[in-house]
Design a protein. Structure first.
Length: 585
């Protein structure tokens, strides 16, 4: 790499490339694909991380609400007969996504009350829920007031109100834990007597003999807060999904069919409202990692037609999220290389992947030949006849290879030569305040701190003794005078600093690619146009609008080159005149 300058391939070919060169480039990139696939996809833990990267990229999209809702609803299976094996929650990944989505409905403070009221219409569900575990009964119905002026809450409030209102029909179903049952009149004046109920036996009696309680307004009111679902969110999530994906049983009465259709319609309405209001990135992070490969690709495809992506502004995101990939592995690998290229580079520094790094070094040595530019031009021309996914995949791999090779450039002089030989104008940034900082400033600060500690210690001793000697006064006065002289000298030194340091603390220096004069620069012979010693650099690639550190240049140049190769950014060989950012920006 040291013998020749690395090409970014930012300009168009002067003549039609020879197609024979494309074969060598194709074989080289296929080897690179095998190396990176081993690195990213072979290890289960690394592949899981790559899936997280892809989900993060998808979460950055900004789809309109209808498209977002349709994409998440695509995880709903086609309805089947209720009670059949196909309507049950299975181990399929889409079932886990759907179950997690239903859990989010149960946890949301807005949708939980609506969902609780809707599911409470199913009497059979309530019987199943409370008859399976006495702890559920105790958790919901053991909230009677213990004091005279107290108030019942949750299921206890509904049970007390209904029992008093319809005491002629249900009072005998109340089971008392005390020595004798309580009369309705006595309990009406002293509601805290309800705390003597045996709630488990009482609720079981109501499940068997008082069906009207479970459809009463008292019951609906007690579940309207939504905390009813917190008793067992998993149970209610499965119940909600069963309504969503199951048809009515064959031969069911018309009233039952209409009720189930009503509940299903309302559930879809609640679900759509939740998806419309909830943050899209949050939904992606909570749900998509559970999806199957096919489900995740299908979800992405549904968003591609409607999610606006600014290709020129975010090429590494657009490079992955607007393609219909043939497999999830292709999507994972390309997203890792395009959107998380730096992390992939960092993986190669691990001793665990020493073999892959050795193979990559050998590949780079073969790529660094005098015919590399002809190979790339020919290969790029051939890709135009391939599918969109094929073109995108190989150009992303090419850009990652460029990123890797740039990351191996450690000397600022070598990076400067790459910029200059590829026609990328640059302007260096130097922090003038750092350059003009006195060398003795650290010593002065240390002496100042010592003087402050000395004064504080002397004052404490004075307060303790209550005496003030003339020697101490004269010593402290002399010390204050010396401090004043030091402060005056420091102020004079600050006033002698150049005005550029006061204005913004920076000096812009232009590289040889600039065409707008020598404002702030020199003829370059004294080193003021070099990257060595610079605190940052402005590049023509983004209109000199952002200050990059030298360590960020490999990522930026690789991403910019990919955008140019894909035709998403225009590039001129001769940089246009541009005054660059204002001083002090």
């Amino acid at each position: 790499m040291a013998s020749r300058v690395l090409a970014l391939f930012l300009t168009a070919a002067a003549a039609a490339p020879d197609k024979r060169f494309a074969v060598r480039r194709w074989l080289l990139l296929q080897r690179l694909e095998r190396i990176l696939s081993t690195l990213v996809l072979k290890d289960p833990q690394t592949k899981k991380e790559a899936k997280t990267w892809l989900v993060t990229s998808i979460a950055k999209l900004n789809p309109p609400a209808p498209s977002e809702i349709a994409a998440f609803l695509s995880f709903l299976p086609k309805p089947s007969r209720r009670g059949s094996s196909h309507s049950r929650i299975t181990d399929a990944p889409e079932a886990f996504v759907l179950h997690q989505l239903a859990l989010l409905l149960c946890e949301n403070r807005i949708t939980a009350p609506r969902l609780a009221r809707l599911l409470s219409r199913d009497v059979d569900m309530k019987k199943r829920f409370f008859s399976r575990d006495d702890r559920r009964i105790e958790a919901w119905f053991s909230h009677f007031a213990a004091a005279v002026d107290g108030e019942h809450s949750f299921g206890s409030k509904a049970l007390a109100r209904y029992s008093l209102r319809y005491r002629d029909e249900c009072w005998e179903e109340l089971e008392w834990a005390g020595s004798h049952p309580q009369a309705p009149g006595m309990v009406a004046t002293k509601p805290h007597y309800f705390s003597e109920l045996d709630v488990v036996r009482t609720v079981r009696n109501f499940l068997k003999h008082v069906p009207d309680f479970w459809t009463s307004d008292d019951w609906r009111d007690c579940v309207s807060c939504g905390e009813f679902l917190a008793l067992d969110p998993d149970f209610f999530a499965k119940t909600a999904i069963d309504f969503l994906v199951a048809k009515s049983r064959k031969g069911s009465p018309d009233d039952e069919v209409r009720e189930e259709e009503y509940v299903r319609g309302k559930l879809l309405e609640i679900l759509e409202d939740f998806l419309r209001e909830e943050s899209f990135p949050t939904l992606c992070q909570r749900l998509l990692h559970l999806a199957s490969p096919e489900g995740l690709l299908s979800f992405l495809e549904r968003l591609q037609e409607s999610a606006p992506i600014n290709r020129s502004r975010d090429p590494q995101l657009a490079a992955v999220t607007d393609v219909k990939w043939r497999s999830l592995d292709d999507a994972l690998l390309c997203n890792a290389c395009a959107a998380n290229g730096r992390q992939v580079v960092r993986l190669l520094t691990d001793d665990e992947f020493l073999e892959q790094r050795t193979d990559l070094d050998a590949l780079v040595s073969e790529a660094s030949t005098s015919g590399e530019e002809a190979e790339f031009r020919s290969f790029r021309s051939e890709l135009r006849n391939r599918s969109r996914a094929t073109e995108r995949k190989w150009l992303i791999l090419e850009s990652w290879l460029l990123r890797w090779r740039l990351s191996q450039v450690s000397e600022p002089e070598a990076m400067q030569r790459i910029l200059e030989d590829n026609g990328v104008a640059f302007r260096t940034f130097v922090d003038v305040n750092r350059e003009l900082l006195p060398e003795s400033s650290g010593e002065e600060a240390t002496r100042s701190n010592e003087r402050k500690r000395t004064r504080r210690g002397r004052k404490r001793r004075k307060r303790k003794s209550g005496t003030h000697s003339s020697d101490s006064d004269s010593s402290e006065k002399s010390e204050r005078n010396s401090h004043s002289e030091s402060d005056v000298e420091t102020r004079h030194r600050k006033e002698r600093r150049p005005k550029s340091a006061e204005g913004g603390g920076e000096i812009e220096r232009k590289g040889r690619g600039s065409t707008d004069g020598a404002d702030g620069g020199t003829d370059g012979t004294d080193g003021t146009r070099t990257l060595a010693g610079a605190d940052g650099v402005y590049l023509q690639t983004d209109g000199f609008s952002f200050r990059w550190s030298l360590s960020e240049l490999p990522d930026h140049l690789a991403e910019h080159s990919l955008a140019v190769w894909l035709g998403w950014k225009d590039w001129e060989v001769t940089p246009a005149a541009n005054p660059g950012p204002p001083r002090g920006s």
